[in-house]
Design a protein. Structure first.
Length: 234
């Protein structure tokens, strides 16, 4: 049987996953892809926005309305905000997981989407950034087909299996295999042929050779596709 290929277009506000999470990293900057997706969550009736509790006050200060839900242990949210939210607040006191993971579990149980967009995944703190990126493979193992996370410098994608990712020639690509599984690629400057990347740095700073490239992985993988304006040399 032919293997299914996940098609991942260049992400925009119009084709981003219908459910977004706002995490407590760097807040979407005005004019950014993340800000466009965030705004679309309010103007399109089929979109949903769920906020980690650590990001809610910043969402309000930026002038946005109430999200569909706020999830977490609620240690980062003001009493005034709690009253304004009412039954849109969902407290989860499990100390074995962070607020982002609590929110991902809520989204899965409430909306059951096949794909998910996470805004504010990175930034502000290196420990949270590294921890959040390292969590992405575990969310794929939960049953999500695709996780998309726009950043100030490009976009992160997490998936498992075979995927074709669209972009443009010359865009820099990094592959992060937290599971140390054999990887194969097609359409990159430095191809992989069932190669195991035993260290995270080994898959960094590759480059697209055409308008799309393919990755085939037997375990969840994280791909970083850099913004064209922020290219750096190998």
């Amino acid at each position: 049987m032919q293997q299914h290929t996940l098609i991942i277009p260049a992400i925009s506000a119009s084709n981003a996953p219908l459910v977004s999470i706002l995490a407590a990293g760097e807040f979407p900057a005005e004019g950014s892809l993340s800000a466009s997706i965030l705004s679309a969550s309010y103007v399109k009736s089929d979109r949903r926005l769920v906020c980690c509790d650590g990001a809610f006050d910043r969402l309000q200060k930026a002038g946005y309305g109430l999200p569909d839900a706020v999830v977490g242990d609620l240690d980062s949210i003001s009493e005034k905000s709690l009253k304004a939210l009412g039954d849109q607040v969902h407290r989860m006191n499990d100390q074995e997981t962070n607020d982002l993971t609590k929110t991902v579990h809520y989204v899965q149980s409430r909306y059951a989407p096949s794909s998910l967009c996470i805004l504010g995944l990175t930034g502000l703190r290196e420990d949270h950034t590294l921890g959040n990126i390292a969590l992405l493979p575990s969310y794929i193992r939960m049953g999500f087909e695709l996780i998309v996370a726009p950043t100030p410098y490009g976009c992160l994608y997490a998936f498992e299996g075979k995927a074709r990712i669209f972009g443009s020639p010359g865009r820099q690509v990094s592959l992060f295999d937290f599971c140390h599984s054999p990887l194969s690629t097609k359409g990159l400057k430095w191809e992989l042929h069932r190669q195991v990347l035993s260290e995270l740095w080994m898959g960094t700073l590759n480059e697209m050779q055409a308008e799309s490239f393919e990755v085939n992985s037997s375990a969840p993988i994280v791909i970083s596709l850099q913004d064209e304006t922020k290219k750096r040399s190998r």
